[in-house]
Design a binder for this molecule. Structure first.
Ligand code: ADP
Ligand code: MG
Length: 728
């Protein structure tokens, strides 16, 4: 094993940066592999172009005849660009994107060959659904599922394949992917938010959620990565002593980017831009070998597709540079993990940001409305929102003093806190003309100035308002953004529906003017949502106590957190908003609990193997060396040997102790796994893994990491943290 370790290190030392040629100006290559507006204008008839445009903008259906035309145009474009295959690209509940490539090439019965791709191939395909998780949906009905074209996300060519973004559903119409509920939530939000936005601008036709994600990741040399079985099989290191130098000096953050990494980033940026992903920033993150990539924000559906796509492309591009990308939330103990900030806002069809104040009091009232309704939605659904960021990987991060805690709270900054306070204390009910002027001028009218000064940021908050958007920072780095985004969209949609009901009631029953009614409902919402607002240090233990008093949930493990998804109220929320049916909610819960315990089970197996096949044999070898040394000393010095071999005996006794200790814990873990096998309720099983299996990992690791520190470096079989994190 140590042979593998040392050869990996040697390979790494000899690496040179791969030269990347810039391919013209970045604005020129942007979108060159996308069947976007420009390509459509060139390759589609006016009629077909218009149909696709209305499908995108108004959700109108595309007729069979038109889809044939679109397919023909797409095919000509793709073949001209060198594509040989096409695929329906979709996002099943595995968390990865999936594709099955078919060649355009086809043979006719008479032996002639041609390149075929028609409307039916574009619109619908039937991948073998049985290999994707369905949470039982497929078993009870039909074994089949199909993918259906989503015209709102443009087709693109990656390498030589035309990829068509699709949704993935069962023949019974049940969602089997991330994208279907996302699209449904976007529709629900559009419906409710547009009605509310009309209070402020009657011409508003559409409201769309926007998403700007920031993706953190680690980059590890490919040879070093391959030398660690745990990294290959679980995405994280299960043992390994943190290096003497970690991130204490903060010298990596915004430090200069190493040359090999820089060429990887250049390459990735060029690939991303070609695919229409508007990547913009790149920088080092806090931990050694940790980096971040962020694009300009986009409409949420497209942004989700782009994030899913880039997670895939990152790994492919990285391999060209002899790197491996780690998207796991916590690859290294004692070193910051990775997250994915989801910046979220609402945009109208005319491109106006609803979470940005404007020039008029009415525009500011509009800002307040969407701002406060979002806070209220998060307040009322905090446990559910937490459930949507739950995963085995993210459990290592949340609440571990490096990432937002497992408690959801909202940070809005000093200035906006003051504004909400003022509103809360303002007179309720009917206002005299003077009072109304006072409200408009001195509270609502001051918002733009207040926001200009909104420079304070609280990095410990999971959900922070940052000037013109909310930033959901607790999302895991490997997560599909769609989950947390459709959850948020759905709760805000429902909240806006309630808001409108209350406003209408005040207008009708109390005879309030519209603006005063709106102001009143906002006032009451501020009072009802106070417990979710938190401005202090989210990492402190005081906050845990305080949050408990406030009745906020603090679900530290995934199985506990996931429970909120199958609450009656959650199911009702998703059903009412038309985002997920009760059956779909349960199916997803099944898939996620299963994913959770399977992940822990795999980790347990790998840890068992690492310890018993690598670490313990090495420790025994070292023990043998020590025994030999001590016997040698005894032979030479006779009865005084104990004094002479004092240190050696000390090490020998500790090593022997740890060998027993670690082996005993591995045995305990095996017993726990055996017991787990007999639990058939997936929720209970997941809980058992969280409470009875996973804690043993730490016990095993404690001993294993101590052995790493004691045993001769030359013998140690596993590539060490120092080597993984500081060689590049
Ligand atoms: P940081 O969080 O690192 O300080 P910024 O505040 O500059 O960075 O922006 C973070 C992200 O917010 C960017 O990726 C950007 O695309 C996104 N963003 C900006 N405006 C919006 C918006 N209206 N909707 C969604 N995302 C947005
Ligand atoms: Mg951020």
């Amino acid at each position: 094993m140590s042979r593998i370790r040392f050869s990996a290190i040697e390979q790494t030392f000899n690496r040179k940066p791969v030269r990347i040629e810039e391919q013209g100006r970045r604005s020129d290559i942007y979108g060159s592999q996308v069947f976007g507006k420009e390509a459509m204008l060139q390759y589609l008839s006016k009629e077909a172009y218009k149909a696709v445009k209305s499908a995108i903008e108004k959700g109108e259906k595309i007729s069979r005849d038109i889809s044939d035309q679109v397919a023909a145009g797409m095919k000509t474009w793709a073949i001209a660009k060198g594509a040989t295959h096409y695929t329906h690209w979709f996002q099943p509940l595995t968390g990865f994107s999936a594709e099955k490539h078919d060649s355009f090439f086809e043979k006719l019965p008479d032996g002639d060959v041609l390149e075929k791709f028609g409307g039916s191939q574009l619109v619908q395909q039937e991948p073998d659904a049985s290999s994707f998780p369905s949470g039982g949906i497929r078993n009870t009905f039909e074994a089949r599922g199909y993918t259906a074209w989503d015209p709102t996300s443009p087709a693109f060519i990656y390498e030589t394949t035309l990829c068509i973004p699709t949704i993935f559903i069962s023949y019974t119409g049940h969602a089997l992917d991330y994208k279907t509920p996302l699209l449904r939530s976007i529709q629900a939000l559009d419906r409710e938010a547009t009605l509310v936005a009309k209070y402020f601008n009657r011409n508003t036709k559409k409201v769309l959620p926007t998403l700007g994600w920031e993706q953190e990741y680690f980059l590890i040399d490919a040879a070093l990565f391959k030398s660690r079985e745990d990294l290959i099989l679980t995405g994280r290191t299960l043992v390994g002593h943190p290096p003497a130098k970690g991130q204490q000096l903060d010298d990596h953050y915004f430090g200069s980017i190493p040359e090999r990494v820089l060429s990887f980033m250049r390459d990735l940026e060029i690939e991303s831009l070609k695919l229409g992903i508007p990547v913009k920033t790149r920088h080092n993150e806090v931990a050694p070998n940790q980096f971040e990539l962020a694009p300009i924000f986009e409409e949420a559906n497209l942004a989700v597709d782009h994030n899913t796509l880039i997670m895939d492309i990152m790994s492919k591009v990285a391999r060209r540079h002899d790197f491996e990308v780690l998207l796991h939330e916590k690859p290294f103990e004692g070193i910051n993990g990775s997250g994915k900030h989801n910046n979220w806002s609402l945009m109208t069809d005319t491109g106006k940001n609803l979470l940005s104040p404007g020039e008029t009091p009415m525009k500011n009232m509009q800002f307040l409305t969407f701002f406060v309704n979002t806070i209220k939605a998060v307040n009322d659904n905090e446990a559910l929102l937490r459930a949507f960021i739950a995963s085995a990987g993210n459990d290592h991060r949340l609440g571990a003093n490096e990432a937002p805690p497992a408690i959801i709270s909202v940070f809005i900054g000093d200035q906006l806190t003051k504004v909400l306070h003022q509103i809360k204390n303002f007179k309720e009910g009917k206002l005299t003309p003077d009072e109304k002027t006072d409200m408009k001028l001195n509270i609502v009218g001051k918002i733009p100035e207040v926001l200009l000064d909104n420079t304070d940021r609280n990095r410990t908050s999971p959900f922070a308002f940052t000037g013109n958007k909310f930033e959901f920072r607790a999302v895991g780095s490997s997560a599909n953004c769609a989950g947390p985004m459709f959850a948020l969209n759905t709760m805000v949609a429902k909240q806006l529906k309630e808001f409108r009901k209350e406003v209408e009631a005040l207008i009708e029953k109390k005879g309030l003017k519209k603006d005063v009614a709106i102001f009143n409902v906002i006032q009451s919402y501020i009072k009802q949502s106070e417990r979710i607002l938190f401005e202090q240090d989210g990492y402190s233990s005081d906050w845990e106590k305080e949050a408990k008093k406030r009745g906020l949930s603090n679900n530290k493990t995934t199985p506990e957190a996931l429970g909120a998804k199958i609450d009656k109220s959650s199911i009702q929320l998703f059903e009412e908003m038309g985002v997920l049916t009760e059956e779909e909610v349960h199916a997803r819960y099944e898939v996620e609990t299963h994913q959770y315990y399977t992940q822990i089970e795999i980790e347990a197996g790998v840890l068992d193997n690492l310890v018993l096949n690598h670490i313990i044999p090495t420790a025994i070898q070292y023990q043998q060396q020590l025994v030999d040394v001590v016997s040698g000393i005894k032979e030479l010095f006779g009865k005084d040997y104990k004094e002479m071999a004092k240190e050696q005996l000390g090490i020998l006794s500790r090593v022997s102790y740890l060998i027993n200790e670690v082996t005993t814990h591995v045995r305990g873990m095996r017993n726990a796994l055996n017991k787990a096998a007999s639990i058939d309720n997936s929720g209970k099983k997941a809980m058992y893994y969280a409470k009875e299996v996973k804690p043993i990992f730490d016990l095993i690791r404690g001993g294993a990491d101590e052995l790493e520190m004691m045993i001769s470096d030359e013998l140690w079989p596993l590539t060490k943290y120092r080597e993984l994190l500081f060689t590049r």
